[in-house]
Design a protein around this ligand. Structure first.
Ligand SMILES: Nc1ncnc2c1ncn2[C@@H]1O[C@H](COP(=O)(O)OP(=O)(O)OP(=O)(O)O)[C@@H](O)[C@H]1O
Ligand SMILES: [Mg+2]
Length: 256
């Protein structure tokens, strides 16, 4: 089982788009693979992405993580061209996780415990995380094998990457295992802007020696179209981002 957290403390950098494209991309590459996409963000973007509903009786990531409800109750199936993948959606229920988990003895490793106790096994689990380093994100990072960091080329890119890398070091110091940095993914990349080009140069210069910098994912309106149509980006054959995400998936498969 390989688990990957798609994470950045900055909002709107393409975390959800990347986590979704990666889950679908892995299925395209390997139809037999069992894949789980988990939304660990109370914004619940994955639910919106696929037009899924959260019925009152149904579980989600919050009920699994916080209330220890059965895993199966919280999982839904989503169709891809290559077959179904499992999705665990999220909702506002997750927003008070910090206070509801306050009395848990090992609250920062609850996810790891739940997965182990309920014997959850997939070939790949991809986590979409919220733009915050809170208890839920920490639970994902203490569980995941890898972290993939999407970044947009703005003034905060460098400091956000540094923060995440430092956080991984802290996890390495305090826990049995820290996620390995799979790489930095320049996303929503507009190659016509000198700011993007200069930003990417700076990222390569500062982090390129120690970390893998993936080829950028360009700005592509089909990402939004796919969201409106509740589809995977791969269902749009002429999409450049779909090709780039396919390339990313293959690149990642070569590294894990
Ligand atoms: N390559 C792209 N080209 C064009 N638009 C994109 C691209 N990637 C993402 N977007 C759009 O940018 C917005 C932010 O993307 P996304 O939701 O994936 O970011 P996020 O990091 O998950 O945001 P949040 O921190 O709010 O969860 C979305 O509206 C999405 O449709
Ligand atoms: Mg998101």
């Amino acid at each position: 089982m390989t688990t990957i957290a798609v994470s950045n403390i900055k909002g709107g950098v393409g975390k959800t788009s990347t986590a979704t494209a990666l889950a679908g991309g892995l299925k395209l590459q390997n139809q037999k693979a069992n894949i789980l996409l988990v939304d660990a963000d109370p914004q619940g973007s994955i639910k919106t992405q696929f037009g899924l509903k959260l019925h009152a009786s149904q579980g989600d990531f919050s009920s699994f993580l916080i209330d220890n409800s059965p895993f199966e109750d919280a999982v839904q199936k989503v169709k891809t061209e290559a077959g179904p993948i499992d999705v665990m959606i999220s909702s506002r229920r997750l927003s008070d996780a910090d206070s509801r988990m306050a009395a848990y003895p090992r609250r920062d490793e609850t996810l790891k415990l739940r997965m182990k106790k309920q014997d959850i096994k997939y070939d790949y689990i991809i986590f979409d995380t919220s733009p915050a380093m809170n208890l839920v994100t920490l639970n994902v990072l203490t569980f995941a094998d890898y972290i993939l960091i999407p970044v947009t080329m703005d003034a905060f890119a460098i400091s956000n990457i540094k923060y995440l890398i430092d956080q991984v070091k802290v996890i390495d110091e305090f826990y049995d295992k820290a996620p390995e940095v799979l790489g930095i993914l320049p996303s929503l990349y507009d190659k016509r802007l000198s700011m993007s080009q200069q930003g990417l140069e700076a990222v390569r210069k500062i982090f390129g020696k120690d970390f893998n910098i993936f080829p950028p994912i360009g700005i592509d309106s089909t990402i939004k179209k796919a969201q409106v149509k509740k589809q995977f980006i791969y269902e749009f054959p002429n999409s450049r981002a779909a090709e780039q995400y396919k390339g990313l998936t293959k690149d990642i498969l070569g590294r894990i």
